[in-house]
Design a protein around this ligand. Structure first.
Ligand code: FAD
Length: 397
C-alpha cells in the first residue's frame, strides 16, 4: 500500500494521519474546513489524556476543571470533586494542534470538500472540489454527518441524539450537569476559555423541544440566550442492536470516530473514542500490509476488545439511567442524592466521570458497595441510632 487518503481532519482523521505518516506511509488528509470551532464541549477525560499525555502536556490554552455540580428534579444539587480534572479546549485549538502534529509527521493537508468516492480495481478515486485524487486506502473520518453514504456507520434516526446550545459570556469554575424529567440526555454548562458553553443533548426528542427545555433552564439560571451564539450538531448514540452490525470497515476503507458511530451513549464523550479508534485502525492497517480482509477483521476485533463492547453495554444502561426508577424515584434523582450522602457512591461517580470505571463491571462494583453506601446514606440522614452496628455496647456484668 502506498497512498492513504484520510477523509476528514477532526480528532479522528488528524490522529490517524499522524500515526500513518509517522510509520512512513504517503498520507493525504482532506478536510473542507480544517481547524474549526466544531459545536462541542471540548472536554477531555482522564482516560483520554492518560493514554495520550500530549493532550494535557502542551502550551495550548485550556481549562482544567476539578468539580462538577450534579442536579436533578427533587434532589438538591451536589458538588462532585474530581480527583483528575476534565481538560476543556476550544475545538479550534484542539483540532489545530492535532492537524499540526499530522503535518509535522509528514502528512499532506488539503483544504477541500470530498464530494464522492468510487473504487476502480484496487484504487480509490476521490472526487473533490479541486479535482480527482487517487488512493490505495481510505480512512473515513468525516464525522457524524458523514456525507459519503457507502462507507462508515449507517446511522438510523434512533442511533442519534440532537445536541445544541449557546456560547454565553461568563465565567465559572466547575461544570454543571442538570438531569431533566423524562429526558434521555442532560443539560450541561461547561466553562471554557473566555465563555460558557451551555447545551443540551437528548435522544428521541425533536431539536425544537430540546431547545425550549434549554431556554427555560437558562431563563431560570439567568443565563442570556437571546443574542448569544447558537450551535447545534448531531451526536451518534447507537442502539444496542446497532453496535452489533456497525459498519466500521470494508474493502479498502476503515471508519473512525463519529463516522463509525463511536460515541459514549450515556455521556456523549467522543473525542477520546475518535482518537482511540484512529489509533486502532492504523495499527490494524500497519500490522497486516496488503491483506484487506484481515485488516478489517483485525480492526473490528480490536475495537470490540478495547471499548465497543463496553459502549454497547452502556447503550443498554442509558435508558435505565435517564428514564428508570429506583426506590420510588427517578434513577437520576437517586444518583444525585446518593452522591451527596455516600462517599463510596461519590467515588464510583468520580471514576465514571474520569473514564476509570467501565460500564461493564459497574453493576458488580455498585452491588459490592451497596451495604456500605446504604449505611453511609442512613448515617447522613440521622438514622445512626437505628442501625445494628451503631447500638451502644451491652453494659458488662
Ligand atoms: C454539542 C456537542 C458537545 C460535545 N461535547 C463533547 C465533549 O465535551 N467531549 C467529548 O469527548 N466529545 C464531545 N462531543 C463529541 C465530539 O465532538 C465528537 O465525538 C468528535 O468531534 C468526533 O471527532 P471526529 O474526528 O470523528 O469528527 P469531527 O470532529 O466531526 O470531524 C469531522 C471532520 O470531517 C470534515 N468533513 C466532513 N465531511 C467532509 C467532506 N465531505 N469533505 C471534507 N471534509 C469533511 C469536517 O469538516 C470535520 O472537520 C460533543 C458533540 C457535540 C455535538
Amino acid at each position: 500500500m502506498k497512498r492513504v487518503a484520510v477523509l476528514g481532519g477532526g480528532p479522528a482523521g488528524a490522529f490517524a494521519a499522524e500515526q500513518l505518516a509517522s510509520a512512513g506511509l504517503a498520507v493525504t488528509l482532506i478536510d473542507e474546513k480544517l481547524a474549526w470551532e466544531k459545536p462541542c464541549g471540548g472536554g477531555l477525560t482522564y482516560k483520554a489524556y492518560s493514554r495520550y499525555p500530549f493532550l494535557i502536556e502542551n502550551s495550548i490554552p485550556k481549562r482544567l476543571v476539578t468539580e462538577t455540580v450534579l442536579a436533578a428534579p427533587r434532589a438538591s444539587a451536589v458538588t462532585l470533586k474530581m480527583s483528575d480534572p476534565l481538560v476543556v479546549y476550544s475545538r479550534f485549538d484542539l483540532n489545530r494542534m492535532l492537524l499540526e502534529r499530522a503535518e509535522r509527521a509528514g502528512a499532506q493537508i488539503e483544504k477541500v470538500r470530498v464530494t464522492g468516492m468510487s473504487r476502480s480495481g484496487p484504487v480509490w478515486q476521490l472526487r473533490t472540489g479541486s479535482g480527482v485524487l487517487e488512493a490505495d486506502f481510505c480512512i473515513v473520518a468525516t464525522g457524524a454527518r458523514n456525507p459519503l453514504r457507502d462507507v462508515g456507520t449507517q446511522l438510523a434516526p434512533s442511533d442519534t441524539m440532537a445536541a445544541l446550545g449557546y456560547y454565553v459570556p461568563g465565567e465559572q469554575a466547575g461544570i454543571d450537569i442538570q438531569f431533566l424529567p423524562r429526558l434521555e440526555g442532560y443539560i450541561w454548562i461547561f466553562p471554557r476559555c473566555g465563555h460558557l458553553s451551555v447545551g443540551i443533548c437528548g435522544k428521541g426528542e425533536p431539536a425544537a423541544a430540546l431547545r425550549k427545555r434549554l431556554e427555560l433552564f437558562m431563563n431560570e439560571r439567568g443565563l442570556p440566550w437571546k443574542g448569544s451564539a447558537f450551535y447545534s450538531h448531531l451526536l451518534p448514540s447507537l442502539e444496542t442492536r446497532s453496535w452489533r452490525n456497525n459498519r466500521v470497515a470494508g474493502e479498502g476503507w476503515m471508519a473512525v470516530g463519529d463516522a463509525a458511530g463511536l460515541v459514549d451513549p450515556i455521556t456523549g464523550e467522543g473525542i477520546y473514542y475518535a482518537m482511540r479508534s484512529a489509533d486502532l485502525a492504523t495499527r490494524s492497517l500497519l500490522a497486516l500490509p496488503g491483506d484487506l480482509a484481515a485488516q478489517s477483521a483485525h480492526y473490528r476485533t480490536a475495537l470490540r476488545r478495547d471499548f465497543t463492547a463496553d459502549l454497547e453495554f452502556g447503550s443498554r444502561l442509558a435508558k435505565r439511567v435517564f428514564l428508570g426508577r429506583f426506590l420510588l424515584s427517578a434513577v437520576t434523582t437517586r444518583t444525585v442524592q446518593f452522591t451527596a450522602r455516600s462517599p463510596r457512591f461519590a467515588a464510583i461517580m468520580q471514576d465514571l466521570f474520569a473514564g476509570r470505571q467501565p460500564y461493564l463491571g459497574l453493576k458488580r462494583r455498585l452491588m459490592r458497595n451497596l451495604k456500605g453506601s446504604l449505611y453511609e446514606i442512613a448515617m447522613s440522614l440521622g438514622f445512626a441510632r437505628l442501625l445494628p452496628g451503631s447500638l451502644p455496647a451491652k453494659p458488662s456484668l
